[in-house]
Ligand binder design. Sequence first.
Ligand code: AYL
Length: 524
Amino acid sequence: MSLRSPYPDVEIPDVSLTEFLFADGFGDRADAPAIVDGTTGDQLTYTEFHGLVEKIAGGLAARGIGTGDVVALFAPNLPQWAALFHGILRANGIVTSANSMYTGGELAHQLKDSGAKMVITVSPFLDRAVAGAKEAGLSEDVVLTIDATEGHDSLRDLVGSGAPAPELTTTATDTAVLPYSSGTTGLAKGVVLTHRNLVANLLQIQAMGDVTSETKIMAFLPFFHIYGMTVMMNQGLHARATVVTMPKFDLEQFLTITQDLQVDRLYIAPPVAVALAKHPIIDKFDLSCVKTVFSGAAPLDGELGRAVAKRLDCTVLQGYGMTELSPVSHCMPDDRGDLDLNSSGFALPNIECKLVDPESGEEVGVGERGELWVKGPNVMVGYLNNSEATDATKDADGFLHTGDIAVVDDEGVYSIVDRVKELIKYKGYQVPPAELEALLLTHDKIADTAVIGVKDADGEEVPKAFVVKQASDEDLTEDDVMSFVAEKVAPHKKVRVVEFIDQIPKSASGKILRKDLRARENER
Ligand code: AYL
């Protein structure tokens, strides 16, 4: 039983994202704010934004960035992030968006793997950016900053060249972005998303929501993650809406900006729903401007979602997606705030799904649990230079095997009920267990290890390491293990629980039996 979206297909034009967003001009939105830094009030109108994009493209071309060249963005959410993103695409290049919390070492992996030729950052991140660039074999000269910093060229230098933007030769099937995701297994991999993938997902999302030129979108979730990139930044630009950025999440500042700039649409991950539902500070603000709160990136608790809807007197919606899906495959449409908030709504237009029993490989029916498989124009081409991982994730018929277990009801509403892949999500951010395991194994007192996600006291998923000591009398504490990891990884990847164990359960072929570890947790 293959399940098609209940919505009519949308037509996807055969154009690059650049043409899709900018070819038709901005009409009466030309002088309206496209993107506003909520913390400073600095803003770019649509005309200014587009002008900056063209200048950046000219500057990049003058520095030798052209067709198929990869440029890394390693910066927090700023209006300039969006302009650089589109400037790189306008120069016929490819963006690889790096997690701005990455250590130099983590960044180096992405720079090397993606073949990035240039890194654009901000001065507070310069140390990590330079360390990463050097480790990846790049010269310090190709590390540019958005703000001015001594010793490095800045955005001002880039646009100051006055060079014209080159001819746009990019086509719909060219690669646009390389965000990194660990997918169902292993280390972070470059996800090859084409211009067509991104254009398709924008049109699929548009069919579900009421984002218009009147909308003010709050964008504190990072643009480097596909949720911020597609759903906040590019959806906002496409609708000629106003995107309000925050470089860093701070609850009080977020509420102040929302109230003062009259933001009406909030995109969040579930941890922010906890604050919106429970934090006393919320009552100090007039949030009557907020019409819609949309949650994605990790499971939202339905009761919590309803508490937010009640407290803010707004519509709360949930969506489901994955970096490999550009990212949204399922969501609730704006007019269905009545749906069970434990669910993730309907399949978007142009999407076909299957639910498959992971054990038997048989498709299951309405009301039965199965792995969600998704096919559609938003499905990635594959993982960069990794056909093995691509083949393990995307089958010959084009279905992406998500590694998430879902149930569908007879109306076509999907609920994500479990995750069978290795991936851990901490506050909506990816934590690849394989990476932490490899790191832990470099500790000379650790003989073996396995990392899984467990629920903490607040019901949030956190990474837990099971550790086998080299010798049972080894003086190694839980804190030793946690600080060893914390020094080397971005904060969201920290191991937050440690348990010493005699042996890691493994299959005959040596694969960690994560299921057994999860069962052991559930027995507690
Ligand atoms: P990635 N419920 C349960 N799990 C979810 C949900 C959800 N609503 N959304 C995402 N996940 C988990 O690539 C799931 O395990 O996300 C999925 O495979 O960092 C994994 O997160 C994907 O992790 C939107 C817009 C979701 C964006 C997103 C997040 C996409 C990127 C919904 O509307």
